[in-house]
Design a protein around this ligand. Structure first.
Ligand code: SF4
Ligand code: SF4
Length: 395
């Protein structure tokens, strides 16, 4: 594995309105044809489909890759005499009981009738990656070692920390669930976290990326948002070029998405959508009124300016304007999942409700991502909202 993507890798987009097995097969063939079909996966290969199985959620909740699309892809791979393993490491424990429940609820067992095996190897490996920009050693899910090729089959969603979750972000699922919060702690700055994700894509180098954007997620994503019809699928050899098209589809600029911006700074993504080598028509598929989590990145102030005044202003502005997790107490059932997953140990459960220590919170939004009751929201102060509104007016 290893290697680099090109910012000129073509991206293909194709309309798909509903999840039927025949429709999924036709759409997959159509979206892949202009980029060489499955020729990039030699016959007889051992393939891992790295799906998005973030949590035990039903397919119609739109947090996970839809099983119908995966089944159709498995049929196509079976015809190429490939062996197929489907896997992911959801947030939480990485063991047979926990992941088995995720397989059940997300409908992944359907893929077994299409020749695939669900990963049952829960061992972990460590990697040394001196070429990585920020990630030089890490722990990952060992089943990936058995793959000749990885197909990165993601879901297009809003994301509390990174703005958008699509192809590049999906590879964070190679990190065992219980360890994921540690990475937020290792890389608390959004720019570093984004570079860490790009490093993972560089290390594992999925041969093909496909995005399920038939019904994606908007709002309080990536798990507590609302399903949103997007009516298409996308495919590319490069996850970063695919994300460039997905960003345009939802109305994001590159600068608003830290992972895409990190890829651009490393020469792996085009500067803007206008430079993308796109095959297919994106215009009629543009998602109208896509609800973002928040305009978070535009409100980041690091306080790293050279002069003392600038640094002071940066720190004050950062404190006032930055977004934070906030509890909707009426929804909280005091289950403690957020407390256990919080990498900064910033949450305690008191009187049956979660409480966040603002001083130690690193704003990774793991609590927002994994709260099963959608009780954690991304909160923007009133002043930040005003600032955001003004920025929009000026656009
Ligand atoms: S905020 Fe969510 S995860 Fe945390 S204790 Fe409440 S219900 Fe559980
Ligand atoms: S409270 Fe939430 S956002 Fe803050 S560090 Fe903990 S998990 Fe991350």
């Amino acid at each position: 594995m290893g290697g680099f993507y090109s910012k000129s890798d073509p991206v293909s987009i194709y309309p798909m309105g509903e999840y039927t097995i025949d429709g999924a097969r036709a759409a997959l063939e159509a979206v892949l044809a202009p980029i060489g079909g499955l020729e990039c996966i030699p016959r007889g290969s051992r393939v891992v489909i790295k799906a998005n199985l973030v949590s035990a959620m039903k397919p119609d909740e739109a947090a996970t890759t839809h099983p119908t699309l995966i089944c159709a892809l498995c049929d196509m791979l079976a015809e190429r005499e490939c062996s197929v393993v489907i896997g992911d490491s959801p947030g939480g424990l990485y063991n047979a009981a926990f992941v088995g429940r995720v397989y059940n609820v997300t409908g992944m067992h359907e893929a077994e009738a299409h020749g695939a095996t669900l990963n049952s190897d829960y061992s972990q490996s460590t990697a040394e990656f001196p070429e990585g920009k920020v990630l030089h050693s890490f722990t990952y899910t060992s089943y990936l070692d058995k793959a000749d090729h990885i197909i990165n089959f993601c879901k297009l969603k809003s994301h509390g920390m990174m703005g958008m979750s699509c192809a590049a972000k999906n590879m964070f699922g190679v990190i065992p669930g219980i360890i994921k919060p540690e990475y937020h702690y290792r890389f608390p700055k959004y720019e570093d976290f984004a570079d860490m994700i790009v490093d993972l894509d560089e290390y594992f180098h999925p041969t093909l990326s496909i995005a399920d954007a038939v019904v994606g997620m908007e709002g309080n994503g990536p798990t507590a948002g609302t399903p949103k019809a997007m009516n298409c699928i996308l495919a590319s050899r490069s996850p970063h070029c695919l994300d460039t098209a997905a960003a345009e589809l939802l109305g994001f600029t590159r600068e608003e998405l830290p992972i895409l911006d990190a890829a651009y700074r490393r020469g792996l993504a085009p500067e803007s959508f206008s430079e993308l080598n796109l095959i297919g028509s994106l215009d009629p598929l543009r998602v109208k009124d896509f609800e973002r989590v928040v305009e978070r990145r535009s409100l980041e102030f690091t306080g790293n300016g050279k002069s003392g005044i600038k640094r002071l202003f940066g720190r004050i502005a950062g404190a006032i304007l930055r977004t934070r997790p906030r509890l909707k107490a009426d929804l909280c059932v005091g289950c403690g999942i957020c407390k256990n997953i919080c990498p900064a140990k910033a949450i305690v459960i008191k009187n049956g409700k979660a409480r966040i220590n603002k001083k130690t919170c690193i704003r990774c939004f793991c609590c927002q991502e994994f709260c099963p009751k959608s009780a954690m929201k991304v909160h923007r102060t009133a002043l930040a909202s005003l600032f955001h509104h003004e920025k929009k007016e000026k656009k």
